[in-house]
Design a protein around this ligand. Structure first.
Ligand code: LLP
Length: 426
């Protein structure tokens, strides 16, 4: 992301700070990468839209022929609103969850969305609602890897999916309820190291190949998401050729084992969008603490963004590169802790999963400077909150060629109070 200083200043004057800025070109490149990965017979990519549900992004996916993995009724409705097709022939939008909550069951039924069930209780819910259509089963294969334990979605500690040894029983329950299993699915970790991902995906396809004979109605197998993004090195690249070869090989193995054509799906989230958006924040002050018996003093760069905007550092200790806008090539001038406005000592952007404060070497920083917190497109705005009644920051879409467009405005107090009511419940 290299939006020039003047441009970011101009946008900051118009929409205030902090704000999110998307780079259409970067997102389109990542979409092209995934299209390359799935450019082969019987291969289909989805977008796990939880990573970034902005309508503008969903439309880019729709135009590129990328299908959707949704996790709530409202995500399904957002995808349909952005132009993705309803129905399960083909299942352009798939609903993957372990629980039907709020409007999810109704939205799935009304729009003919393929439910990817992660718990047997969902069969009961579907049956009670009169559903007799196709379902997918999400399996926990007993192994997996994520960038932290909280993002490891395969193994005994994971709440996701149906444990692999219970798959056949669950499939029988599906059949007994008058439904049929048309897809087997597993997502076994978000953002692992590439080699872990590669090994796990090939092991997964191997295990599915052993099972597939027992599922005559299965039309597709999904290997889930998890293609990593390197947050530390802007130039690092995922070996796409190897990954593509793996998908082609996995599909061939499954088709051979099944004795019929099958679709192999993947559903990355992070990979499409992580580098395609930055959080731009203003330095409001510099201050320091001094060393004493309790610990070492540090210098703080106080900024106006906090974990209400980007929660990944506070929640997982995730690393995001930070650039001082206009001083990208300047030498480093000292180590700073970058901290936000929230009434929480953990409102820190420079930390890791073991330490609360990990000072970052940055060029000379002054109050008024803009900082770019990079690679914030995945699970950035999507996980932002209204804690401290601050309201979500605006999102700006930077089109190729440089036209900036506001795609969501800053939330106001009225927005925050909109759902407050005073209704007597008896
Ligand atoms: N499919 C399913 C069923 C998922 O649950 C997820 C992510 C994905 C695909 C996409 O995974 P990805 O390709 O983005 O790694 N908030 C965390 C990540 C949580 C991921 C949850 N599920 C983070 O900020 O790292």
């Amino acid at each position: 992301m290299s939006h020039a200083l003047e441009e970011l200043r101009r946008i900051a004057e118009k929409v205030g700070t902090p704000f999110w800025i998307y780079d259409a070109e970067v997102i389109r490149q990542r979409i092209a990468d995934v299209r390359y990965l799935t450019d082969g017979e019987g291969l289909q990519a989805r977008f796990a839209m939880k990573a970034c549900p902005a309508t503008r992004v969903l439309r880019e996916m729709q135009r590129a022929g990328i299908w959707i993995d949704a996790v709530s009724g409202n995500e399904v409705l957002r995808a349909l609103g952005a132009g993705h097709a309803a129905g399960n022939r083909p299942p352009v939008v798939c609903f993957t969850a372990d629980v039907f909550r709020d409007n999810a069951l109704r939205v799935v039924l009304e729009n003919g969305i393929l439910p990817n069930i992660g718990s047997a209780g969902m069969i009961r819910d579907l049956a009670q609602a009169g559903y007799r259509g196709p379902v997918s089963i999400r399996v926990n294969p007993g192994f997996g890897h994520g960038h932290v334990n909280a993002c490891d979605t395969g193994g005994p500690s994971s709440k996701h999916g149906v444990w692999f040894e219970d798959l056949e029983r669950t499939a029988s329950e599906v059949e007994a309820a008058g439904m049929s299993v048309v897809m087997l699915h597993a997502h076994i970790g978000s953002g692992p190291q590439f080699e872990e991902l590669h090994d796990n995906l090939s092991r997964l396809a191997e295990e599915y190949a052993q099972l597939i004979g027992r599922f005559p109605a299965v039309e597709a197998v999904s290997l889930g998401g998890g293609i990593p993004h390197n947050y530390r090195d802007a130039h690092a690249k995922v070996p796409l050729e190897r990954l593509r070869a793996l998908f082609v090989e996995c599909r061939a193995k499954l088709v051979e084992a099944a004795g019929r054509p099958l679709r192999l799906e993947i559903e990355p989230g992070r990979y499409y969008v992580a580098p395609g958006c930055s959080l731009v924040t203003r330095v409001t002050d510099l201050k320091e603490t001094r060393s004493n018996a309790k610990g070492q003093g540090v210098r703080f760069a106080m900024v106006d963004a906090g974990f209400v905007d980007l929660v990944r550092p506070a929640m997982y200790g995730s690393y995001h590169r930070i650039e001082v806008v206009g001083k990208e090539d300047a030498p480093t001038a000292g180590e700073l802790v970058v901290a936000g406005p929230l009434c929480e000592s953990g409102d820190i952007f420079t930390r890791d999963d073991a330490e609360l404060l990990v000072p970052r070497a940055l060029p000379e920083v002054e109050a008024g400077d803009l900082l770019r917190i990079c690679d914030a497109g995945a699970y950035g705005y999507a996980m932002s909150s209204n804690y401290n009644s601050i309201g979500r920051a605006p999102q700006v879409w930077m089109e190729e060629g440089g036209r900036a467009e506001l795609i969501s405005r800053r939330e106001s107090l009225e927005d925050l109070l909109k759902a407050e009511v005073s209704e007597v419940l008896g």
